[in-house]
Design a protein around this ligand. Structure first.
Ligand SMILES: [Zn+2]
Length: 428
């Protein structure tokens, strides 16, 4: 269904009522049965007994007994992932990359993801075009440039590139049209974080440890000093928002949690002490599986060797998250293999029961996004089906509470996709 049709339908109806559906509201492990859900404008206006009378101007959608659930939230997504990691340095041109990113976002929406937290490197023009509805895309919570130390995980410069071949603005080095900012002092980190927030970031993203795809760093390294991490946290807090950091090791995670970081990305190699500390401080853990268990084919030997190191901790860390009832988010982090993002449900099902995965991908994501405080851009909650929440919802053919991996078969399973009160897919 294209945008024009849905806008016309919007004009003719005062609202939409979903009837004959089993409702997973994003939190409860049991369906709400015998209810109807009403959408007015871009929000949910009521979840009420299905006998309630509707105004004649309402469009009624008969869900035929299928499952109505919140749209999915991918808390670790990168539009720059549309470029394979090994193409990040190619001089592809910003306009070409814009089209590539738009295509990736459109595909992501059609997989049922109605909101993404872009974990860094996003192009601002694409964020704006998506918000203006110039193409079909999920809502985007952008991080702006990735902030890294020189030689750190977000320093994607090939190793032969010298300092005098790098673009500098004062204390900050700029990588690839602003995909990353390299900052090597608390002052420089402050400047970089403020620059991201000025441009519209809803949270600040830093690299606090080594990475898999980056050419210049040991994967187990700790990056930034405590003073540099605290500088980013202070800048984010002053704006009412928070810092998300890329970490693999418990050493980096503990250091970051003590400095006030609230979202720990990946975190594959945790210890019980680190997870307990995170639980005490109320941080969110943002692990992924598909990027580690289904890596892109073009990764080189160095990247595969680094991958092997961090994959080893995945199972134990997921077990620790379950044991300590940690707050976990759903995400994919795909680079160069974005067409397999949907397989996250299948791989994650090895580690968590279905209800946990569904909460991670809906209400947990929505709750974490609220940490953006005054920068949170929506009038209502995300990831839940309740009055006042944003009208982002999916109608699913089978029962995801029984088996969350069915969401990997999005083409067949997703009968309807609504974002912001607009229908983007309807197989009914
Ligand atoms: Zn990432």
């Amino acid at each position: 269904m294209n945008g024009r049709e849905t806008r016309e339908q919007g004009k003719c109806c005062a609202g939409t009522a979903f009837r004959n559906v089993r409702i997973f509201n994003g939190t409860d492990s049991r369906f709400l049965e015998g209810m109807q859900l009403l959408v007015e404008g871009n929000r949910i206006s009521a979840v009420e007994g299905s006998g309630e009378e509707l105004p004649p101007t309402f469009r009624v959608i008969d869900g035929k007994g299928h499952v109505l659930m919140p749209g999915l939230i991918n808390s670790h997504f990168h539009m720059i992932g549309a470029l394979s990691a090994n193409r990040l340095n190619e001089n592809t041109g910003k306009d070409y990359r814009g089209f590539l990113y738009a295509k990736a976002l459109e595909m992501t929406l059609m997989q049922g993801v109605t909101t993404v937290r872009d974990a860094g490197g996003n192009d601002w023009g694409v964020v704006q075009a998506a918000a203006e509805g110039l193409f079909d895309a999920p809502r985007i919570f952008p991080s702006g440039a990735l902030i890294s130390q020189t030689g750190g995980h977000f320093d994607f410069r090939p190793r032969h590139i010298a300092l005098n071949q790098t673009e500098h603005r004062g204390e900050i080095a700029i990588v690839l049209d602003g995909m990353s900012y390299l900052a090597d002092s608390p002052g420089a980190v402050r400047k970089a974080a403020r620059e991201c927030l000025r441009q519209g970031a809803t949270q600040v993203k830093i690299a606090s440890g080594g990475g898999v795809i980056s050419p210049g760093d040991p994967v187990l390294s700790v990056q930034f000093t405590p003073e540099e991490v605290r500088a980013a946290v202070e800048v984010a807090r002053n704006w009412g928002t928070y810092v998300a950091s890329h970490v693999y090791t418990a050493e980096a995670a503990v250091r970051d949690i003590e400095c006030g970081v609230m979202s720990l990305e990946h975190a594959n190699l945790m210890t019980a002490e680190a997870v307990r500390l995170g639980v005490d401080k109320g941080v969110w853990w943002s692990p992924q599986t598909v990027v580690y268990l289904h890596p892109p084919e073009d990764w080189n030997d160095m990247q595969r060797a680094k991958l092997a190191i961090v994959v080893e901790g995945l199972e134990r860390t997921m077990e620790l998250f379950r044991t300590y009832n940690a707050r976990v988010l759903f995400g994919t982090d795909c680079f160069g293999n974005m067409d397999v993002q949907h397989l996250e449900f299948r791989y994650r099902s090895r580690f968590f029961p279905a209800i946990d995965i569904l909460r991670q991908a809906t209400s947990n994501g929505g709750e974490a996004l609220r940490m953006s405080g005054p920068l949170y851009p929506c009038a209502g909650d995300l990831g839940v089906l309740k009055p006042g929440a944003m009208a982002d919802l999916l109608l699913v053919r089978d029962n995801p509470l029984e088996d969350a991996s069915i969401l990997s078969d999005y083409g067949d399973q997703l009968l309807l996709i609504m974002k912001d009160g607009r229908i983007f897919k309807n197989l009914l």
